[in-house]
Design a protein around this ligand. Structure first.
Ligand code: MD6
Ligand code: FE
Length: 197
């Protein structure tokens, strides 16, 4: 059931299941406007996870670095607006985890096909670290890695399945985390909601 991974970080098992059809339909509509793409990291290689965004800005990476941009570099257009069901699930999950009044302005949408992974990293491109991050998992299972303030800290391994939500903030806001390579089988979509601007 629900549990705390560390002070400030909780897993809400199945929290998004009741609205998962609406969330998936909204992802489909967003990707019709702003398709998933494999972004390039500053080192020059392409990420195995494909990404897109919705909201007032979107997280982007290219050879010059990571940042939030108001427009999609692929199309030059604004990112699609954040659907109401996105804002609602993010705010209600944050409240359930003890973070009141969370109002995300960005949702990064990650598409994991089998073999795709996310190396250990910190989320530190946002302006305000007092707001938590809310992460919604849809589709196939994945192993989420959750470490500590230092890259060298030992990671917990947490299996996340369809509808699970992780809320991340306070003393855990800058903890290292990642995703192990996805097993063959069903693809996974992850929504991460941030107050980035
Ligand atoms: C993922 N998630 O689960 C990648 N970041 O696909 C993240 O990088 C992440 O789940 C910050 C907080 C929660 C997360
Ligand atoms: Fe992250």
């Amino acid at each position: 059931m629900n549990f705390q991974i560390a002070e400030g970080a909780v897993v809400l098992r199945g929290f998004a299941v009741p609205c998962s059809d609406a969330l998936e339909a909204a992802v489909h509509a967003i990707t019709a406007q702003a398709p998933f793409r494999h972004m390039t990291v500053p080192g020059g290689h392409k990420m195995s996870v494909a990404m897109t965004n919705c909201g007032k800005a979107g997280w982007v990476s290219d050879r010059s670095g990571y940042r939030y941009e108001a427009t999609d570099p692929e199309t030059g257009m604004r990112w699609p607006p954040m659907p109401e069901c996105f804002t609602e699930i993010a705010a209600s999950a944050a409240a359930q985890a003890g973070y009141g009044k969370f109002c995300p302005d960005v949702c990064l949408i990650n598409d994991y096909q089998p073999g795709a992974r996310m190396a250990l990293h910190q989320d530190k491109d946002e302006r305000d670290f007092t707001a938590p991050i809310v992460s919604v998992s849809l589709g196939g299972p994945a192993t989420f890695l959750f470490g500590g303030v230092s890259r060298k800290d030992k990671s917990h391994r947490i299996r996340l399945t369809h509808g699970d939500v992780v809320v991340w903030g306070g003393p855990a806001r800058l903890f290292f985390h990642g995703v192990s390579p996805l097993k063959p089988g069903a693809a996974r979509i992850n929504l991460t909601f941030r107050k980035a601007l």
